[in-house]
Design a protein around this ligand. Structure first.
Ligand code: SAM
Length: 271
């Protein structure tokens, strides 16, 4: 059965966090969080034009200067980076653990004249489902912070590492949770790729949880429970699984004052 047929047969579910949403700190939760209603809205949230403008050619240049040809997008979502990279001439395989996301990505790519090569795969067992080695693995859009315990983070990073060729590169981004944990949330720390009409605000933040609420103009609201990953800790984990060099950019800049960027982008080299 194709992903789109399988997905259309699935029921239209609501997000559900039970009686105490802040108690939900579970890596497996992501598949329930990206219910179809939220996935349908995700592209309003991430306004593709605005995002392209803000990112510029950052990722394309980082990949090109390393001679990358084959890219594995492990957090495809609705396909923004997969499509951008295909259009820039890279060969892309698009993976994600959510069938709803992959179906939406496939549809988005097809509307732009591309056929995505999609694979449903959880990062923790990535190499069971994805065959072959890649010059680059990308994990973008604050996706890695869906992992709630260290064991899962190590497992996922080890799987990313092993999906790479000997001289491959991992590009992984995250929100600047250090700023949120240490200085509180500042409204200027908005999702840099949010559409104009959408707000994404933290409802609850502690050392083990950042729960964000996404509000849409039609009054609908969705949530995501994420792990507030500290930058230094994330870099250490990447080095511990074997990456030899990790450079971290702040909002695409090489130099920055730590609390200022909304996002950190880690570029981790295997050798
Ligand atoms: N990269 C896209 C973007 O920037 O728009 C999507 C970002 S979305 C915040 C996070 C994505 O990561 C979702 O599509 C979700 O299904 C996927 N994801 C989260 N945890 C995962 C896991 N353990 N294995 C595979 N995919 C996962």
């Amino acid at each position: 059965m194709s992903i789109s047929t399988e997905t259309s047969l699935l029921e239209y579910r609501q997000q559900s966090y039970g009686d105490d949403p802040t108690a939900v700190r579970d890596t497996d939760k992501y598949t329930d969080e990206y219910v179809r209603g939220f996935v349908e809205k995700w592209d309003d949230l991430i306004d593709w034009d605005q995002r392209s403008e803000t990112e510029g050619s950052f990722f394309i240049e980082e990949l090109r200067k390393r001679g990358v040809k084959r890219v594995l997008d492990v957090a495809t979502g609705t396909g923004f980076h997969s499509v951008r990279l295909i259009e820039a001439g890279f060969e892309v395989v698009s993976a994600d653990g959510s069938p709803y996301m992959l179906a939406k990505a496939f549809e988005n790519a097809r509307r732009r004249g591309h056929v995505l090569r999609t694979i449903q795969a959880d990062w923790r067992w990535l190499n069971r489902d994805v065959i072959g080695r890649f010059d680059a693995v990308i994990c973008l859009g604050n996706s890695f912070t869906h992992l709630f315990n260290e064991r899962d983070r190590r497992k996922a990073l080890a799987e990313f590492y092993s999906a790479l060729k000997h001289n491959g590169v991992l590009i992984l981004d995250q929100r600047n949770y250090d700023a949120i944990l240490d200085h509180g949330f500042d409204s200027k720390h908005k999702f840099y790729y949010c559409g104009e009409q959408i707000s994404a605000l933290p409802e609850h933040v502690d050392d083990g949880l950042a729960r964000f609420c996404y509000s849409f103009p039609d009054g609908s609201k969705y949530h995501l429970n994420m792990f507030p990953l500290r930058k230094h800790y994330a870099c250490e984990l990447m080095q511990q699984v074997g990456f030899q060099r990790v450079d971290t950019f702040g909002d695409f800049q090489e130099t920055y004052h730590e609390p200022d960027p909304d996002f950190f982008i880690h570029v981790a080299e295997k050798c």
